[in-house]
Write a protein that binds this ligand. Structure first.
Ligand code: 9MR
Length: 576
């Protein structure tokens, strides 16, 4: 399906509007009845009971046509990654022509089977069309921004899409920056930019960096560790690290796998195994199968042992569809199901690692339906919602807040995922009616029924932030070498004694400086030299002492001096 054909690039806002209009409506799917708690339950039941995902990479052709493939995919896994369908050559094969047939197919199958989707991959040196590779630096940066805004934006309100590989394989095997066309044209700054563009397009999805041969502690994984630490210190929104896990029994199991996961977890990121397969020299035999099974078991047990490890994705699941034989001559049989869909010892190893007898019976009971949301503090641009909490046999882990425009019609989309029974919505239009519903989730992935609908109308004009309070601003500006650009970061802290809700930060940019939209972690606008930033849903409320980091890229015509005065709700902030 071609959704946008264009010669010249339209303004970014036009692209986003078009994407929003064409986005797949949120499907509020009933949850399929889970199988009974039994030792031979599918992998996904046991994984959910341990609070982890078990995923597979989907090949679109058998996903569309092959009953045996669809049956295993649907029943065994609770997460899916498109093996190829969300890559650049599939989604934007020529400049501005977006094709989402394969990606939408994977999304639809996942939604129908109550599976989460991990998006793979936005910025990679491989499977990126030639038209991108030949661009000048500024055109390449714009192309990257448009691509990320459009692809991520398409699924930003789809609750199934939970995470993205933003950049993939940025290192060579020695741990040096890979001298890809991205690096050669833009330098390493493309990495931080890609994450910022992705956060701007979806404030909820987890944003990951992904690579291979980083499973154990070695020079390459240490380079990855240093990069992630630096990016996070710079306020770049890196939430997660993916360890691909393309293993081979003839090369041994990665050394210090668990310790490696632990050191990344200590940086505050989520970790996950994203593309697990364990190949062997063909032909298969029972000894090789047994060794392969231990590798699978080790990976799953390592993830189970690390709280920050979200889960394990297998790169395919049947030897009938695997990239391995095409790439490594004489090797294959890398997956837990053989080419006839019979399980191998590797399957039993994964299954038994997940179901080690210590896990509770799989929780298949959803939380109770939450109460109808009640609005308070309604202004022209925002409001607070609260509702009677759900209960759950094991425990409610969070809620989805869904909003639809207007008093009727219009589809509901998820606008927030708070962990408790309240939510602050912002960025609303004055004198406008919105409808809200909420639903609850538990750790096993069970989802409650939707609450009744609450209709709320914002007040007419003149709204603004809640009670103004003391604030502190730390502003940093980092000029780009070789071009008249800069990156600005703002840490806004609520130094008052009450919560700051629906804030607006205002300041005056020195003359000659201008914001390059969209910025990140806030909605930025500039009029003359006056700049305002309003929050996104997730950082709309700052508790006393709480802070948020927001930022933008900009241009200058000479100087990169800093603004001197910042206000929130009209009151000046301390500047540090
Ligand atoms: O499995 C994918 C295969 O079908 C493609 O031909 C190949 C193209 O490079 O990419 C394979 O998937 C790769 C993944 O996207 C990134 N990590 C390495 C995977 C195996 O090459």
């Amino acid at each position: 399906m071609i959704i946008s054909a264009r010669g010249a690039r339209p303004a970014r806002t036009a692209v986003l509007a078009a994407v929003a209009a064409l986005a797949v409506p949120l499907v509020v799917a009933p949850i399929a009845a889970a199988p009974p708690a039994a030792a031979d339950a599918p992998l996904r039941v046991h994984a959910a009971a341990r609070g982890k995902f078990i995923g597979y990479a989907a090949s679109t052709s058998p996903l569309a046509n092959e009953a045996a493939y669809r049956s295993v995919a649907a029943s065994e896994f609770n997460q899916v990654t498109a093996e190829n369908a969300m890559k650049w050559d599939s989604t934007e094969p020529s400049d501005g022509n977006y094709t989402f047939a394969g990606a939408d197919q994977v999304m639809a199958f996942a939604t129908a089977n109550n599976q989460q989707v991990h998006g793979h991959t936005l910025v990679w040196h491989s499977q990126t069309p030639g038209w991108v590779q030949g661009l000048s630096a500024s055109a390449m940066r714009t192309a990257m921004q448009d691509h990320i805004a459009t692809v991520v934006g398409r699924y930003a309100n789809n609750a199934a899409l939970v995470s993205w590989d933003v950049v993939n394989e940025v290192f060579d095997d020695n741990g040096n920056m890979r001298t890809s066309f991205w690096y050669n044209t833009l330098g390493s700054s493309y990495i931080a930019d890609a994450f910022r563009y992705a956060r701007a397009a979806d404030s909820n999805a987890r944003l990951c960096i992904n690579d291979y041969n980083v499973e154990g502690i070695n020079a390459k994984s240490t380079a990855m560790y240093n990069l992630v630490r630096q990016l996070r210190a710079d306020g770049v929104p890196v939430d997660c690290v993916g360890f691909q896990g393309h293993l081979a029994i003839q090369y041994g199991f990665p050394s210090q796998f668990r310790e490696n996961l632990d050191r990344f977890a200590a940086l505050g990121v989520q970790v996950r195994i994203t593309e697990l397969d364990v190949r062997m020299q063909l032909p298969r035999d029972s000894t090789k199968d047994a060794t392969q099974a231990t590798y699978y078991r080790n990976v799953v047990q390592g993830c189970l042992a690390v709280t920050a490890c979200a889960g394990v994705t297998i790169w395919g699941f049947t030897d009938k569809y695997s990239w391995v034989p095409d790439t490594f001559s004489g090797q294959g049989a890398a997956l837990p199901w053989d080419a006839n869909y019979s399980t191998k010892p590797a399957y039993t190893a994964i299954h038994d690692a997940l179901d080690d007898g210590t896990s509770p019976n799989p929780d298949t009971t959803p939380p109770t339906t939450p109460g109808t949301p009640v609005a308070s503090g309604v202004t022209s641009s925002g409001l607070s919602l609260s509702w009677t909490a759900s209960s759950d046999a094991v425990g409610v882990t969070g809620y989805d807040v869904l909003r639809a425009p207007g008093a009727s019609g219009g589809s509901f989309a998820v606008v927030g995922t708070p962990s408790s029974a309240s939510f602050v919505d912002s960025g609303l239009a004055a004198s406008t009616t919105y409808r809200y519903q909420v639903r609850a989730r538990d750790a096993a992935g069970n989802v409650s029924s939707l609450s009744s609908v609450a209709s709320v109308t914002t007040t007419a004009g003149g709204g603004g932030p809640g009670p103004s309070s003391s604030c502190r601003v730390a502003y940093t500006i980092s000029p780009w070498g070789g071009s008249p650009g800069f990156t600005a970061g703002v840490v806004l802290t609520n130094t008052g004694t009450s919560s700051l809700s629906g804030w607006t930060l205002a300041f005056t940019l020195p003359s000659g400086q201008a914001i390059t939209p969209p910025g990140w972690s806030a909605t930025w606008s500039q009029s003359g030299q006056a700049v305002t930033a309003t929050p996104l849903s997730w950082n709309s409320t700052l508790a006393p002492g709480g802070s948020t980091t927001i930022g933008f890229n900009g241009t200058h015509t000479g100087g990169t001096s800093e603004p001197t005065t910042f206000t929130v709700g009209g009151s000046s902030c301390t500047v540090v």
